[in-house]
Design a protein. Sequence first.
Length: 681
Amino acid sequence: MIKKKRAVGLLLLIIGTVVRVTSADALADKVLLDFDQASMASSWVVDSGSAQVVIREGRQVLQLRAAAGEAAKIRLRPASGFWDLRDYVNVTVDMENPGKEAVWFRLLIADPHTKNELPDRPNLSYNGWVKAKEKRAFNSAVVRHRYRSDVPEWLQLFPDMNGVPHAEMWVWFGVNPAKITEVVLTVDAQPIEQSLWLHGLRGTRRSLPKKLLEDPDAFFPMIDVYGQYKHEEWPGKIYSDQDLVEARRDESRDFKRHPRPIAFNRFGGWKEGPVLEATGHFRTEKRAGKWWLVDPEGKLFWSLGCTGIGQQRSRVKLDKKRHFFEDLPVPTHPLYSKWYRRGGQDYDAGNVVLFRKFGKEYASVYNEWSLRRARSWGLNTLGSWSAAAKEQPTSLKMPYTIMSWIEGLPVKPIEKLSDPFDPRFVERIVMSLRKRESDALEDPYCIGIFDQNEIYWGKDPAEKVLEIREQCDLSTPIRQALEGFLSDADSEDNETLRDFFCYMTDTYYRKCQEAVRLAAPNKLYLGSRIHEGAMIPEVVRAAARYCDVVSFNVYEKELKRFGEASKWKESFFTEDKPFLVGEFHFGALDRGKFAMGLNVAADQRNRAENYVHYIKSALTNPRCVGAHWFHYMDSPTTGRHQDAENFNCGILSTSDTPYPEMVEAMRRVGASLYSYRERMD
């Protein structure tokens, strides 16, 4: 454990090598481009559209123009070498829209490793919007790539965290902050002329917090009793238990002002839409070239959901981080002791907040409160891991999905895969569903069943089969199946190994389908929520063959062309089958969080903008039948107990406070959900 005294000592030893500025300018911005300087003319390259220096309020600005029907693209570059932004969190673009319509732009931050300029991960790119006649400072965080740059020593102060105080985010995508080569700004073609005035480019928000620089001895503890970062302020921050109580009252009044969308029937289907065959359960149907879910009453249904709705664990590890937290109760406390785990090494900070906000009956109150929220927010589905799906009051009931965890024989090189050649594989799934989800199996509100989540199938089928041969004992069913397959083959080349991989994935999804049909014949089989690391044709083809709806977790900017070929990814989903997004999100750094998540946004407003854009793109995709936001609540500020995730991924903060920008965006989407889907070609 890094004790407070040791942490401060470590900081004092390394602080001189970290800060490359004097204390006098420790919070100053770093000017990267100032278009009021004539010498800056060599610092941009126009790929499309046009750019020229114009005078705005007595200063020079760079005007980027896109004619009607045409795109514009400009590269903003240092005069020489690289921009070194190790001391900064953001590249801030100061811009203005002089036009009468909003302008949508894409912004890409590049380093020498950036190979293409697509908005998809692993690139560091942002979607942004500037309203008509608006000035906007767009803060694009420079996400640090762990394997491309030198990780500073002071990160040792904050173990097991994807992002650290003041929001340096170190993950597996991003750039080397010491070698920023350019910022690429793109404006897509629209029917009208578009224009942006660029006032300048700055490095903003110092990477080391002011408190840590000025008074390191007072920095810890840095997390208050509501799970919030102590050393910053923001709108909606909770400072007392009374704040929590008042927030609850305000939200109760808000529910009355914002009831469920009037377009929804009792299932959340399209009340005024066409009437199709009603089976009493959810099913799928393709209508006028678009796939839909159909609700139990025969109404068209598009699943707009969120994962984890209701009470959930918000556990934090204390082994290395106890000194992070303010006023932790002793593990023997008569009330708070029940929220400790592992002999006092884990603490469930989330339940403490709910107790302070809802009182001693919080456990029985909170799931119902969460249902009221979801309905008021315009959602119609409780996604995976939603505690509120259990024992719903009749008047608040909402459709939901369930997860089947297969407690079978593990396959060592493929994380989360249970051996599909196990003779008891189907039996294990059926038994698990009947034991854990018996009430859901015939419930009309249950949409369907996922199995596992994000199985690590890998990108190279032949390589993965070789790993099975190397790591799985001959006594395991999958190894026996492999050896039998190879003995019947003419060779053991890559093509043969790939054939076995296809046989394995086919067996897995076929048997999962069989189990769902046995345990819950009226429920949809929704697949395994294929993630980016396994989006390959060999996996998706098998899933499409047996799933009623293929599920993917898609952390990209949009879904219009999902599954199709791009410059960096081959086509992997060509089948005419409906699909559902089990997870997506966008995160920002302006409300006390240290990490954005798997998709980035400039601020809470930009999170909301990206949410609307993503859902509209999903509604435009004829195969997409739903998308579920991940997650109901932010992950703990210091990281989840099971991993390092400390993302701004929630609709709620760790203090159970809704992000108003996200709520407003969800309500807007929910209100127009079906009319928008119906008119999109």
